[in-house]
Design a protein around this ligand. Structure first.
Ligand SMILES: Cc1cc2nc3c(=O)[nH]c(=O)nc-3n(C[C@H](O)[C@H](O)[C@H](O)COP(=O)(O)OP(=O)(O)OC[C@H]3O[C@@H](n4cnc5c(N)ncnc54)[C@H](O)[C@@H]3O)c2cc1C
Ligand code: FES
Length: 420
């Protein structure tokens, strides 16, 4: 071998080594960049982040229903009427993040033993914990028959969860959604007002604010009947003892003999505006209210009368899923009758002004329309509106596609043509 050939071989070896080193460096650099960017599959799908941390990236919401399994279930009150379910996705892919206050929509196949048939139900349940990387949590109250109608069947979905959903069972779940959620980039102090099971979205907001060390002052006014219904009592008391910026006010409207004021609860009675005025100093706050309809109907106007701007009041009521027939005041028929055409059923009907919604009107006329929450949240009753316009009895929570409407909270403004 000549000296020239030897020099050439050495040069080729050096160049090859340099190229390998450069390639390795480039790969490392790319990996680091992807980590910062949050787009690496290593940083999301197989994140090494410990459990109970927020999702590493705001993963896109999935479309339609996704299968989840129940990792754990546990009762949250001494009366065992509220049970939490911890859910993890069966596909092992990352969870979508959510805004504290939002809810999940479930599709349940519930067996009706009496009729030997399986019914599909759609129901919404608020997320009751801060966003985590490894699970979602919902907390569900068992709904009994109304006290004035004990003969009616108890709540179907809540009963199904309590009696038939166990660890390891699988559930079909839609991605988190809803317009009732914490406005995070707002510096104002926060006042949470919860009645009964309306505590669930508040827990999500509260846990998020305190865990993230957000330095906003936060109050929770929580009304229940007595100690048996007091959800997550120990958790709330621990948070109040640990965080100077968290102020807890618990109200019992019908305390048991064993419930002690000052120990178990702070105020007898319900959460009302006079209580807020007596315990909050004069300042601007962001109010979040969630509870039964009568509570919303009295508190929200009460806050406005007190001088709170409507932009500072956020509220949500867990509307009835099952059609609750009430005695309705006779409404005066409009001068010109409104016609509603259900084009797929081939029926044109005169609108009945005593009907609460187009969904109720359709059902009363044997027109089949799918429904779920009956509260404008789940989107199941969304129907194409070919002609005409509707009014909503409350702000729709579900996102409505253009040219569609939510029948469960809509009434006709003029003649309508619906694709149903
Ligand atoms: C956005 C949103 C978030 C929610 N978050 C939560 C949450 O975090 N936790 C929670 O527990 N709930 C929550 N809910 C309420 C939940 O979705 C259900 O409405 C609730 O669990 C009741 O459903 P169900 O199927 O058990 O009761 P249903 O079967 O719908 O029955 C409801 C009531 O109607 C009565 N009833 C039955 N038949 C009739 C009849 N023929 N006429 C009149 N009444 C009748 C039942 O006895 C019962 O009292 C939320 C609702 C919404 C819209
Ligand atoms: S039934 Fe859920 S939005 Fe109408």
């Amino acid at each position: 071998m000549t000296t020239g050939t030897l020099a050439l071989i050495i040069l080729i070896a050096i160049l090859a080594q340099a190229s390998v080193a450069a390639l390795i460096a480039l790969k490392r650099h790319r990996r680091q960049f992807r980590k910062l960017d949050g787009s690496s599959s290593e940083s999301s799908a197989h994140s090494a982040a410990p459990a109970s941390t927020p999702p590493t990236s705001s993963t896109e919401a999935w479309a339609g229903f996704r299968e989840f399994s129940v990792r754990r279930r546990e009762f949250e009150d001494s009366g065992r009427s509220v049970c939490s379910f911890y859910l993890e996705p069966c596909d092992g892919e990352p969870l979508s993040s959510f805004k504290p206050g939002q809810f999940l929509t479930f599709r349940l196949a519930v067996r009706n033993l009496a009729k030997a048939e399986t019914n599909t139900l759609v129901r919404c349940y608020s997320l009751s914990d801060a966003p985590r990387s490894d699970y979602y949590r919902v907390s569900i109250k068992r709904v009994p028959a109304p006290s004035d109608h004990p003969d009616l069947p108890p709540g179907v979905s809540s009963g199904f969860f309590h009696d038939h959903v166990h660890e390891g069972d699988r559930l079909m779940v839609k991605a988190p959604s809803g317009h009732f959620h914490l406005v995070e980039d707002e510096p104002l102090p926060i006042v949470l007002i919860a009645g009964g099971i309306g505590i669930t979205p508040m827990l999500s907001i509260l846990n998020t604010v305190l865990e993230r060390g957000i330095e906003r002052e936060i109050w929770l006014y929580y009304g229940v009947r007595n100690g048996r219904e007091h959800v997550m009592k120990e958790h709330l008391q621990t948070l109040a003892g640990r965080h100077n910026n968290f102020h807890l006010h618990v109200c019992y409207s019908a305390p048991d003999e064993s419930d002690i004021e000052g120990t178990d609860y702070d105020h007898p009675g319900r959460v009302d505006v006079p209580l807020l005025r007596n315990t909050l100093r004069l300042a601007r706050y962001q109010f979040y209210v969630c509870g039964p309809k009568p509570m919303i109907e009295s508190l929200v106007p009460g806050l406005e009368e007190w001088g709170v701007g409507s932009e500072d009041i956020h509220y949500e009521s867990f509307g009835p899923a099952t059609l609750v027939k009430r005695e309705k005041p006779a409404r005066t028929a409009s001068a010109t009758p409104i016609s509603v055409t259900f084009s797929l059923s081939g029926k044109t009907l005169s609108w009945d002004p005593s009907a609460d919604s187009l969904l109720e009107f359709a059902e009363a006329n044997a027109i089949e329309v799918e429904s779920g929450c009956r509260a404008g949240s789940c989107g199941t009753c969304q129907t194409a509106l070919t002609a005409g316009e509707v009014d909503y009895s409350q702000q729709p929570d579900a996102d409505i596609e253009p040219g569609h409407c939510l029948l469960c909270i809509a009434t006709p403004r003029c003649d309508l043509v619906l694709e149903a």
